[in-house]
Design a binder for this molecule. Structure first.
Ligand code: NAP
Length: 317
């Protein structure tokens, strides 16, 4: 159980990747400032987290089942928290979806929105009223660079992150009146199971309904450059965990937190041209006209951005 001086942090999606690393980093805080309620939808997947948490497990870290897509699961989990008191909610659970829109069913698309958008909204609706009543709390939402900039063949995933960004941008204003903070974490590519799961899905895809040219652009043009980008610009889940910890420890946390400074020009480009043409044509040219140049550039970047030279995480201060 949390001591009076500890801040209670509830995190969704802790079976792997970013959620797992945030849970472990906070639970192992040297000053023991946090009591972490790490949640996952399937407790059979707990071993990796338990092992990584070590001595913290059962002390500063406890485990609970929580499926962000289920009202009952969310209610049950929160009702088990002492006095429903959660100081920091970290909405991390998410799923990806990649491929030509023609070959993705509406049910698959709805599942992405059910998790990435409605899952986060469900969590906030359950926990926010208590935070407002107490005039204290911090809500963190794991968004993405793709919550600000569309990326070809990531249409639906990007839409789900844009949706949650719009929701948060609106809500943040009201919450300020109640002294409740809201922060978006916006990573670029991160090496987690997310990437592996999507590659696995793509390998199984048969692309029903998509024409041959589109399938070729996806498999032979988009996929190789996506792999290049992950290799050259990818961060680790630990990078994102450290950035998230800085955000929750800041006395004046930023609303937007881009974790990878290599993406700053892409975001700047979007806001530099209100017609949107600059972004659309730049991405078009990078993918279809300068593919080989981009491959070479990414390889140079890979060499230049080895860990000693790369400034991987932003400082919210
Ligand atoms: N990796 C990247 O490149 C990247 C970049 C930007 C943003 N992000 C965002 O970062 C967050 C974490 O992703 P990750 O990279 O750490 O991927 P990950 O390793 O695949 O982790 C995703 C987590 O979400 C959980 N999850 C999925 N559906 C859930 C549900 N209905 N209820 C509860 N938990 C659920 C997964 O649980 P199961 O094990 O049960 O599936 C898993 O624990 C996501 O929101 C993602 O959109 C990732």
């Amino acid at each position: 159980m949390a001591s009076a001086s500890q801040r209670v942090v509830l995190i969704t999606g802790c079976s792997s990747g970013i959620g797992l690393r945030i849970a472990v980093l906070l639970a192992k805080d040297e000053q023991k400032r946090y009591h972490v309620i790490a949640t996952m939808r399937d407790l059979k997947k707990k071993d990796k987290l338990v092992q990584a948490a070590g001595d913290a497990f059962g002390n500063t870290l406890t485990l609970q089942a929580l499926d962000v897509c289920s009202d009952d699961s969310v209610r049950q989990c929160i009702s088990r928290v002492k006095d429903r008191h959660i100081d920091i909610l970290i909405n991390n659970a998410g799923v990806g979806l990649l491929g030509p829109v023609e070959s993705i069913s509406l049910d698959q698309m709805k599942m992405v929105f059910e998790t990435n958008f409605f899952g986060t909204v469900r969590m906030i609706k359950e926990i926010m009223p208590d935070m407002k009543r107490r005039r204290a709390g911090h809500i963190i939402v794991m968004s993405s660079v793709m919550g600000m900039q569309g990326v070809v063949f990531n249409d639906v995933y990007t839409a789900s992150k844009f949706a949650i960004e719009g929701f948060c941008e609106s809500l943040a204003v009201q919450l300020l009146k109640f002294n409740v903070k809201l922060s978006l974490i916006e990573p670029g590519p991160v090496h987690t199971e997310f990437e592996a799961k999507m590659m696995e899905e793509v390998a199984k895809m048969e692309f029903p309904g998509a024409d041959a040219d589109t399938v070729r652009y996806f498999k032979d043009v988009y996929m190789p450059s996506s792999i290049d980008i992950f290799e050259a610009m990818g961060q680790t889940p630990d990078d994102i965990a450290k950035c998230t910890k800085k955000v929750i420890e800041s006395s004046n946390p930023r609303f937007r937190n881009l974790t990878n400074s290599l993406y700053t020009p892409i975001v700047a480009m979007k806001y530099a041209d209100e017609t949107g043409g600059l972004s659309v044509h730049t991405f078009y040219n990078l993918l279809f006209n300068f593919g080989s140049l981009m491959h070479i550039t990414m390889n140079i970047l890979k060499c230049l951005t080895c860990s000693c030279l790369r400034r991987r995480t932003i400082s919210p201060d």
